[in-house]
Design a protein around this ligand. Structure first.
Ligand code: GLU
Length: 448
């Protein structure tokens, strides 16, 4: 490997050994960049890569809130403003018990390249808290969000940093967070958040956008192989907002999602999550806060596999859409054995690096999440555009732009890999194309 690249990766590994998810994503992105670094010696001269792995700034803050029984609780809040070279920091907030700096930094780092790939002016950021929303009442969620925003409001803004949702943060949380921001600042600056409810500046199609975008990307991949999505079977993981969007769009295009998963196991529905009743039920399951997928099996009389993952089920396409590190090498082996042809990542970093390499070596067609799931944040950028224009676009208009953006992300990835002699490699292509734009902007703006 190129000596400079190797030294940067070594540096990150030793400096951030206690943040394994962050190390993992840096290795994944940078291992694609060898030909780029070789062709651009000026990057090493400006020490571009060591600068890229350090967030521009990152805060932690105290979030104190009162439970319904009158007891006080203290959590840690985070916001990482990772890279603002191409636009205001942009990325979601994750509320989940396992959140710590390594998770926020891995998500923030990925976000830089994902946002760059959209071609829109958004930098990379991420935030969240180790707050566990499971089982909390609506009033508790509201008090937590208000306290969170009291700590954060000074550091964000429509031209500064624009948070959104992620796991544990949906339209309800965004509403409470934005309400508190508006109260504290005394301005209707709704461009400070995306994923808002439609009544106060949210965009049509934003709730569906990540799932729809993933399916639009998939269509490009299938077309390249001379195939169509019609009649295809898909194994999904998770049952949250992203999986919901995939089920909905796949059904509309004549494909079917046959598995869903949760922390309790997975379900197999041979008829697919295709009817509007089934698709709507995913939202109910999520809203219940129970976080179990078995409810789907009970309701629709399909098989439930407790404690297992859907990797190894015979399908045409796997779309891991739950969370990071859901697919390990042992699962990758089962996926390859089951004769799956397409492995389309959707969740942020759902695959360990060795599992991803294994699937590519086995000849599966592999697409990386930072390209596949970019439709969500791209539609967030469209929401920002509508807010700053004081305009509301129709669902058709947003959907049309989303489809175009996904097609462009696919094409840019294919072309970037080809330009560097890597053949049809969607993983390397996405990393290179995403990197190139941020690198150009950082080089132009001087060393800091
Ligand atoms: N959390 C989503 C992501 O991982 C959306 C971020 C946004 O819309 O800003 O890209």
């Amino acid at each position: 490997m190129n000596a400079y690249l190797a030294s940067v990766i070594e540096n990150v590994k030793s400096k951030y050994a206690n943040e394994p998810e962050f190390v993992q994503t840096v290795e994944e992105v940078f291992s694609s960049l060898e030909p780029v670094i070789e062709r651009h010696p000026e990057y090493e001269k400006a020490d571009l890569l060591n600068r890229m792995v350090e967030p521009e700034r990152m805060f932690t803050f105290r979030v104190v809130w009162m439970a319904d029984d009158g007891t006080w609780h203290t959590n840690v809040g985070y916001r990482c403003q990772f890279n603002g070279a191409i636009g205001p920091y942009k990325g979601g907030l994750r509320f989940q018990a396992n959140v710590y700096p390594g998770i926020i930094k891995f998500l923030g780092f990925e976000q830089i390249f994902k946002n760059s790939l959209t071609g829109l002016p958004i930098g990379g950021g991420k935030g969240g808290s180790d707050f566990d929303p499971a089982g909390k009442s609506d009033a508790e969620i509201m008090r937590f969000c208000q306290s969170y925003m009291q700590a954060l409001y000074r550091y964000i803004g429509p031209d500064v940093d624009v948070p959104a949702g992620d796991m544990g943060v949906g339209a309800r949380e965004i509403g409470y967070l934005y309400g508190e921001y508006r109260r504290l600042k005394g301005v209707f600056e709704n461009g400070v958040f995306t994923g808002k409810g439609f009544s106060y500046g949210g965009s049509r199609i934003r709730p569906e956008a990540t799932g729809f975008g993933a399916v639009y990307y998939l269509e490009n991949v299938l077309k390249h192989e001379g195939e169509s999505i019609q009649g295809k079977t898909i194994a999904c993981a998770g049952f949250g907002n992203v999986t919901w969007g995939i089920c909905k769009k796949a059904a509309e295009l004549g494909a079917k999602v046959v598995t869903l998963s949760g922390p309790d196991g997975y379900i197999y529905d041979p008829d697919g999550v295709t009817t509007s009743e089934k698709v709507a039920y995913l939202l109910e399951m999520r809203a219940s806060g129970r976080n179990v997928v078995k409810d789907y099996a009970d309701k629709f009389g399909v098989e439930f596999y407790p404690g297992e993952k859907p990797w190894g089920v015979k399908v045409d396409i796997c779309m891991p859409s739950a969370m990071q590190n859901d697919v390990y090498l042992e699962h990758a082996k089962k996926i390859a054995q089951a004769g799956v042809k397409y492995y389309i990542e959707v969740a942020n970093m759902p695959t360990t690096n060795d599992a991803l390499r294994y699937l590519m070596d086995c000849g599966l067609i592999v697409a990386p999440s930072k390209a596949v799931n970019a439709g969500g944040v791209a539609t967030s950028a469209l929401e920002m555009a509508q807010n700053s224009e004081r305009m509301v676009w129709t669902a058709q208009e947003v959907d049309k732009q989303l489809r175009q953006i996904m097609n462009t992300i696919y094409t840019m990835s294919v072309e970037a890999a080809e330009e560097y002699g890597l053949g049809y490699n969607l993983v390397a292509g996405a990393n290179i194309a995403g990197f190139q734009r941020v690198a150009d902007a950082m080089m132009a703006q001087g060393v800091f």
